[in-house]
Structure formats: C-alpha cells, structure tokens
Design a protein around this ligand. Structure first.
Ligand SMILES: Cc1ncc(COP(=O)(O)O)c(C=O)c1O
Length: 391
C-alpha cells in the first residue's frame, strides 16, 4: 500500500484506515488506553482460538511453544534485541509486577519514580517497597518540560546513595510526554543504579532499539500503539539481570519434553490459558512494519496535534509543550478547570466520543490519541464538542 504524507487528504489514507473496523457510532480517540486491534490481528486470534477449541492437546502441547517462540523472535527483531532477552507476558502491568517481585531491596534502600508515572505503577512499587522495607521516592519533573536535560537533571538530583532503582516512563501516561529515556539510562548507569523503563506507549510509536538503550528492564504492552491483540506485552531483561528474574506465577515453566533450563522457559507455561493474544502478535508487527514506525507516528502526530491546536484556539491556553519535540501520536491540550469524569461521561453520552480527560497537577487536560483509522473530522468534532461543553 502506498504511504501518503502525514498531512495528505484523509481520503488518501483510506486504505490504511480500512485495516480496522471501529464501531460506527463511536469517534474513537483513545488508542493510547486501549488500541483496537487490526482486522488481520482479529482474524489470527480467532483462528488460533478455533484450532485450540477443536483440539486443545495438539495446540497446547505440540504447537504452542513454536508459535510463542515465533512471536518472540518477530518481536525481538522489531524492538532490536536478541530474543534471549525477552519474555512474552499479558501486559506491561504483569511485566512491572514481575520486576517488582524479583528485584532485591534491603531495608532502607530507595526506588525512585517520577511524578508523571502511571498510577498503577506507583501502587506496584508502593507495595514492593512496603514489603521490603524500602522507600519509594518521587522526582518532580519540570512541567512544561522545555529542555530534555532538565528532565534528566530532575531525576539525577533526586538520586541518593540509597537509590537502587529508577522507574521511569518512556512516554508518560497523564501528560503524553516523550521522556529522554536514553539519557536517563546513561545517567543511571554512570551511577551504577538500575533502570526500569515503563514503555507501553513507546512500542509502535517510537523506533525502539532496546540493546542500544541499555536499560536493565523494559516493560511494555503491545495492545497500544502496535495495535496488537488485547492481552499481549513483553518484558525485556538485560543479561546482567536475568538470573534474578522469576515469574509471578510459578507452574511447570514448560511442558514436554524438558523442564525449564533458562530464565525465559519459566514464562512459557504459567498455568493453562489460551495464549491467543501472544500467538496473534506477528500480524500486528507486519502491519506496522509495512507502513514504518516513522510514517505511522507522523500521521498520528499530525492529527492529534491538529486537534490540540483547534482546542487551544478557542480555549486560549498555550500549548502544554512544544508538540514536535515532546509529543507523538498522543497530544494533550489544556481545558478550563473542572472535574474530569463528568466531562468524559458527557462526551460519550452526548457525542459518542471516547477520549480521556485527565487531572494532573491541579490542571485539566484532554489527551488526544490518533491512529491510522482517525481523520481530521474526528478531532474537529472533538474540539467542537468540548467547546460546547466547557468553552
Ligand atoms: C505509562 C503506563 N504504564 C503502564 C500501563 C499499564 O498498561 P497495561 O494496562 O496494558 O498493563 C499504562 C496503561 O495505560 C501506562 O499508560
């Protein structure tokens, strides 16, 4: 399929948009929370489930490991690391819990998060800290961020001689910012502190090169920007950390013919499940590869940024950050203060628009996500609806 320029007429993007089928009553601008899978992914997942339901023994015992290894190899090529460094899991949450339950803290040690981390990630580390007697600390990032070096400085200046691990998003959830992950990893390595990058919003949206990033752990979901099946994700573990990683659910590790021999094998069988999402991952990667991450990201960014600019025009708020430098396919725009939930509900009930309204640092934002099935009309409709509700 031909790849148009990001700002080309929406009609030129129709062939790409047709790879998805979104419910016709809905204007879907929340790919960042739950990305609908493409038709090819839905087909592959259904096919796997049909075959599984017709002959579970054959699929689970004889076909499953090969299928999962094929998905893993495909994903490893896509995120540029060796397949030996990855395990497939259900989502970033599962991956983050795995790191939190395996990481060894002594009482008094510290783990450092930023104030832009996803709420559930904070809960995971609060519990891990409580259990180990470790302290969870927070680095406040400059907002608006302005200069990437100031973001790195905010993190390094919150590091103490007790800090053992830094947990930091690649792309933040409440504010959609692309953080300078590579600089953050380098700064932590210089201080011999482990880094876990929380990356579910980066996969598919940014060209990932995990070996070059050289973090200790990378946690991700593939059901966001990669448009993989809901319930697909991965955990990357650097070779220097692999011996200490254990699955949350202990089971056989792998079935016949062998007992687990590597750290990865322990994740192959964690109890009986259908594995459809993980087996149906390759068509998602095929689609993103066929357009290219930069073209995909460029189109999503063009639409989301256009939507935010329309909102800024009537709201009078300045852009929250320089769009080109800090945002990709998700862009935030500020709204007049107020409760987020009633506004989100009104957008759905009165306009059938799905979009998150976010409260952060006492301010209210709309976070616009655009993928290949979105058009200018979707973000124009959002801007008009918001103007009627709060303008
Ligand atoms: C930054 C970040 N981390 C982690 C998660 C958790 O992802 P999942 O629910 O797919 O496990 C999310 C979900 O939106 C997120 O935005």
């Amino acid at each position: 399929m031909n790849v148009p320029a990001p700002e080309d007429d929406d009609r030129n993007w129709q062939d790409w948009a047709a790879q998805w089928s979104i419910r016709s009553d809905t204007t879907y601008l929340n790919h960042g929370s739950f990305g609908p899978p493409s038709l090819a992914v839905r087909h592959a997942r259904r096919d796997w489930l049909d075959r599984l339901d017709q002959q579970p023994m054959d699929v689970l015992v004889r076909q499953r490991e090969d299928a999962l290894r094929a998905s893993l190899a495909r994903l490893a090529g896509f995120v540029r690391t060796a397949a030996d460094n990855l395990v497939l899991v259900e989502n970033a949450t599962f991956a983050m819990n795995t790191v939190a339950s395996s990481f060894s803290f002594a009482p008094g040690d510290e783990v450092l998060l930023t104030d832009h981390e996803y709420g559930a990630v904070r809960r995971i580390w609060d519990r891990a800290g409580r259990r180990a007697g470790a302290t969870v600390r927070t680095a406040e990032l400059p907002f608006p961020p302005e200069d990437p070096q100031r973001v790195v400085d905010a993190i390094t200046s919150a590091i103490t001689d007790r800090t053992k691990l830094v947990v930091c998003s690649h792309v933040t959830s409440p504010t959609a910012l692309h953080l300078p992950a590579s600089d953050i990893c380098r700064a932590c390595r210089q201080r011999e502190i482990a880094v876990c990058i929380d990356g579910p919003h980066a996969v598919g949206q940014l060209p990932l090169e995990l070996d070059r990033l050289d973090c200790d752990f990378y946690t991700a979901s593939c059901h966001k920007w990669l448009s993989g099946p809901l319930g697909s994700g991965f955990l990357y573990v650097h070779p220097r950390r692999q011996a200490a990683i254990e699955p949350l659910n202990l089971s056989w590790g792998r079935l016949e013919p062998d007992a687990p021999v590597s750290w990865q094998d322990e994740f192959l069988w964690t109890g009986t499940r259908d594995n459809a999402a993980l087996a149906a991952l390759p068509p998602a990667i095929d689609l993103v590869d066929s357009i290219g991450v930069e073209a995909l990201s460029g189109r999503g960014h063009f639409l989301a940024s256009y939507g935010a600019e329309l909102i800024d025009q009537w709201s009078g708020y300045p852009p929250l950050a320089d769009h080109r430098r800090w945002y990709g396919m998700m862009v935030c725009a500020e709204l007049p203060p107020g409760e987020p939930l009633p506004l989100r509900n009104a957008l759905w009930q009165r306009y059938r628009i799905e979009v998150p309204i976010i409260q952060f640092a006492g301010r209210r934002f709309v976070r616009i996500s655009c993928h290949l099935y979105n058009t200018r009309r979707h973000v124009e409709y959002l801007s008009q609806a918001l103007r009627e509700l709060v303008g």
